[in-house]
Design a protein around this ligand. Structure first.
Ligand code: NAP
Length: 250
């Protein structure tokens, strides 16, 4: 197969997919696309482009201009705008689209999860769950917690949090993967009462959930945004490769 494949990335599975395509399909040309949010992204095989396309129309124009044969959206489950734009651009251009989404996390016996649909709902719930909060939802989107005066927040993110941020906040800069003992030590060191996480799924950041379970802590879990209408996702790399083959053949 000789084809130009655009991988919308920013995740470990996007990186693995680019490597698998290049290793397993001689002649395949892979471009990985990153939003440019982190200053030091990990190494990536193949061509790399960085920065937004300019909405769905910009992405559609890019697909045409660069003669893309298929797009794989392997972005993070919470990156809803690029996923919507990819679906619109694929429809507009007729370029096949494969969406790779790692499955969400499932609670295990002993878990005390509270699922919420937005940071505002999480902020409303938190004062009833504890006073010291570990927030692991990323450096953006912290405005909902900015007026929670009575709570102490520990924000863990790869890069420094962007304001507005909670008034009483410590920042822990770190990039996963994390082990259960790392997470238990962090929860204990900061005397955390409650954890807040996105339902990101995947193994790299799941240890915080096991650590919270062991310590009997409640966890506020932000639900994923829905996929665009008519879009279905595959859960892992082998199924993404199979779906890509069938889309390119069809
Ligand atoms: P988003 O809200 O869906 O995207 C916002 C805008 O950023 C998009 O409209 C697009 O700009 C641009 N963009 C996003 N991903 C892109 C990509 N892979 N290549 C080129 N442009 C991209 O996304 P986000 O939540 O800010 O996430 C940004 C990136 O970080 C994603 O690639 C995602 O995989 C990664 N990431 C996100 C999270 C998270 O929790 N959201 C966590 C880990 C990694 P234009 O409209 O101008 O094209």
């Amino acid at each position: 197969m000789s084809a130009h494949i655009l991988v919308l990335g920013g995740t470990a599975e996007a990186r693995e997919l680019a490597a698998a395509l290049l290793a397993g399909r001689p002649g395949t040309w892979v471009t990985s696309s990153l939003a440019g949010r982190v200053t030091r992204p990990g190494p990536l095989e193949g061509e790399v482009r960085v920065g937004g396309f300019g909405g769905a129309e910009g992405l559609a124009a890019w697909l045409r201009e660069h003669r893309v044969d298929a797009v794989v959206d392997a972005t993070h489950p919470f990156a809803a705008s690029i996923t919507r734009n990819a679906a619109l651009a694929a429809t507009a251009t007729g370029v096949p689209l494969v969406v790779l989404r790692r499955p969400g996390w499932r609670p295990a016996p002993g878990d005390r999860w509270h699922r919420v649909s937005s940071p505002a709902d999480a902020a409303e719930l938190l004062p009833r769950l504890g006073r010291r909060v570990l927030l692991t939802t990323g450096r953006l989107g912290l405005a909902a917690y900015a007026r929670l005066d009575g709570l102490h927040f520990v924000v863990r993110s790869v890069e420094p949090p962007a304001p507005p941020t909670p008034p009483d906040m410590d920042v822990v800069l770190a990039r996963g993967p994390f082990t259960e003992s790392d997470e238990t030590a962090l929860l204990r060191a900061h005397r955390i009462d409650v954890l807040v996480t996105k339902d990101s799924g995947g193994a790299a950041t799941a240890a915080k959930l096991t650590a919270a379970r062991r310590l009997g802590l409640p966890v506020v879990v932000l639900r994923r945004p829905p996929l665009p209408d008519g879009v279905t996702a595959v859960p892992d790399l082998p199924s993404a490769l199979r779906r890509l083959d069938s889309r390119l053949d069809g």
